[in-house]
Ligand binder design. Structure first.
Ligand SMILES: [Zn+2]
Length: 56
């Protein structure tokens, strides 16, 4: 399945639970949205550092 980067946005935690970066396990502050086709959006969470490294 092709994964096309769409948007990077600040991740605001409103659930009271800490979310973790999928790359380094640090606290997530950004979320990247990818279009994977058929109108489906995949969201991956990253910290600031990994968002810069992983998302282009
Ligand atoms: Zn990270």
């Amino acid at each position: 399945m092709e994964k096309v980067f769409s948007t990077l946005r600040s991740f605001i935690d409103n659930s009271g639970k800490t979310k973790f970066c999928i790359t380094c396990g640090g606290m997530a502050t950004q979320e990247a949205l990818f279009d994977v086709g058929d109108g489906v959006t995949l969201i991956e969470k990253y910290c600031d550092t990994c968002a810069k490294k992983e998302v282009h």
